[in-house]
Design a protein around this ligand. Structure first.
Ligand code: NI
Length: 222
């Protein structure tokens, strides 16, 4: 699963978040990384108790709540309060896999990871998120307010920033459906249902919808 979702934040929300983050208090990103990931992590992150995160996190979380594609793709049970990462010139994050458990004490299993791009792509060079799938690499650099959602089992890295500053919100989600292939099937079915629902009659729609819900019932944990 690798899904790009445009306009998760509105333009006004992007501007609000960037204004707040401009005055935020940042610390070395290594403090939140595990031992292995910490060796390749070279970035800054907004302090968890910073004033700016208290103002921005609710805006970003609300945006996820109202986004139907995100909800259908991630089927979230729990979403960790977002982290904001900042890469200035020369910073990068080498290839790593995110920790399976998040929080101290651990309260969330990371099934799904999401990066919400906050800086405009014109504001910096480099800084692509590179997601390693089995035999391919996907290089992702999205407009401000857009998001990429992918399975936390994928290793990934952030390329060095060579100009400007790259800010992004990072989310970890424990899904109601732990298995990635099952989440993919449910997402595909959900999207097809969406696209054909105006072309089929009520009985067909009901039949397809019931298949979706019966699969969800089989695979969901709450
Ligand atoms: Ni990561």
């Amino acid at each position: 699963m690798l899904i790009q979702i445009p306009n998760v934040l509105t333009q006004d929300e992007v501007e609000f978040v960037l204004r707040e983050l401009d005055q935020g208090a940042y610390e070395d990103g290594k403090v939140s990384a595990g031992e292995v990931a910490g060796q390749v992590k070279k970035n800054l992150q907004l302090k968890r108790d910073a004033e700016a995160i208290k103002k921005c996190a609710p805006v970003m979380l609300e945006a996820l709540k109202r986004n139907g594609i995100f909800q259908a793709a991630a089927l979230p049970l729990k979403i960790r309060e977002p982290m904001v990462n900042r890469y200035d010139i020369g910073m990068n994050y080498g290839l790593h896999v995110d920790n399976a458990l998040m929080g101290e004490p651990a309260t969330i299993r990371s099934d799904v990871s999401a990066t919400l791009f906050l800086s405009s792509p014109q504001a910096y060079d480099g800084g692509e998120l590179v997601i390693q799938e089995i035999s391919t690499q996907r290089r992702i650099k999205l407009p401000a307010g857009s998001m990429v959602v992918y399975a936390s089992t994928n290793s990934h890295r952030v390329e060095p920033v060579t100009r400007g500053t790259r800010l992004a919100g990072i989310f970890w989600i424990q899904s109601m459906v732990r298995d990635e292939s099952r989440r993919d099937i449910l997402f595909d079915l959900n999207q097809i249902l969406d696209s054909v629902s105006k072309k089929i009659d009520a009985a067909e729609k009901m039949a397809l919808t019931s298949i979706y819900h019966n699969l969800l019932r089989q695979w969901c944990e709450t």
